[in-house]
Design a protein around this ligand. Sequence first.
Ligand code: ADP
Ligand code: ZN
Length: 528
Amino acid sequence: RNNTSSGTHDKPLHILRSVFGYEHFRAPQAEVIDTLMRGGDALVLMPTGGGKSLCFQIPSIARAGTGIVVSPLIALMQDQVAALRQAGVRAAFLNSTLTPEAARRIEQQLLDGALDLLYVAPERLLLERTLDLLARARIALFAIDEAHCVSQWGHDFRPEYMQLSVLHQRFPDIPRIALTATADEPTRREISARLALEDARAFISSFDRPNIRYRITQGGGSAREQLLRFIRTEHAGDAGIVYCLSRKRVEEVAEWLKAQGLDALPYHAGLAAEVRLHNQSRFINEEGVIIVATIAFGMGIDKPNVRFVAHLNLPKSIEAYYQETGRAGRDGLPADAWMIYGLQDVILLRQMLETSESDAARKRVERHKLDAMLGLCELITCRRQALLGYFGETLAQPCGNCDTCLNAPETWDASLPAQKALSCVHRTGQRFGVNYLMDVLMGKADERMQRFGHDKSSTFGIGKDLAANEWRSIYRQLIARGLLAVDIEGHGSLKLTDACRPVLRGEERLMLRREIKAEKTKKAATRA
Ligand code: ADP
Ligand code: ZN
């Protein structure tokens, strides 16, 4: 019962069932496939796990010729090809891992029309001899996976992706499909422009993950203690992922959780390959294993029943936060995205950013992304609305399933303390970090302060009415909202920004989040 009785129209559905073993298409797979079957171009924005691969795999099989898939990650490419072959699809890849003989064999198969799908790394595709080869073969379509790699503003920028518009120039009649899970508006525009897909039909899925409950708490006290309490009270025996920023911290936290009786395993790029593989397969195959990992963990892992993702540090962008938290609750059942962060994170991330190899333009973009992430943390309205808003999607009502919806944060008019905090930065010459500024405000002079004469400054001791943790929280929120900037060359000293002027002059009221009363004494909270 092939294309004789059903005609070309049902062919994709037949392939879905007979080759992939699925009964129905998910939205918008059928429409995307139909667009390509008719020879049109498509731009597909769908969250991770949404089912992008079938959108190009099925038309590649259904149309005459071979579907050429551009994919940047060699490991994922090999996994996909292996899975396709198992399903009986004639798939292969061309990348740097092949011997010249093996590559030649595959090229011959392509010319013989013996392949449904051929995965190619972008740098390989762009070689003149590969383009010549393609010109001699019959091509069903071009699929450009992870299309956001074309974006200079994105976190996975690949220069070779910029040249992929050559496909349009050289093969104007062959349908093209670009796919990504990164959905913000600038990236979308950049993909269309750089890949010459302005006329492509766009399929934009919702990025909402309604079963994930977003919670972001401020540090104050030990982060790992709070993590332990969270796991014990809400996720005893559940599988989860805990993300940390450094390898050292990953090992510490995994070790410590294990000592507390939890089944926790470390995962980071510095571990021996066998150890990583072992820990990963325990996580995937057993119930209730917790993986403590750097961000290296998770790419290509498709475990449906991860019940929580915890962040012990601030991710460097909202995209990263969304991707990492998105690994929770793939099965659609309730899951938690829980995060704790503090002022030190902000300073550390800024430091990493400023001291990285990236050029000035790139740093500016990264700074902007980090600011957006901070904005999400300090929000006093629905987190999901803000998260989806960042991806260009609007959610009409507050979600009712994030921490700010469930427990409206208490806010307070912090205009006056903020003026004091900002004046103190100004009076001390914008050359000092948070701890020093707090000492000035709270009137704690030491020898160094006397040397600078700040014990005589007009802001000395004007902040005795608040505790150290309250000042710390004010400074953090001022930084997060962009009223203060962290100067990394000045070792974390704070500088005024233009945005702070209205508050400093008393022209604008500033409402801040009231922190949950920390039990810590002033002394413990002073040095985070
Ligand atoms: P993405 O590339 O968007 O992250 P994948 O293409 O890897 O997502 O698909 C995610 C999972 O959903 C895979 O396990 C895939 O087999 C499954 N899937 C995709 N389409 C369907 C469908 N129509 N019915 C059932 N499962 C599907
Ligand atoms: Zn909400």
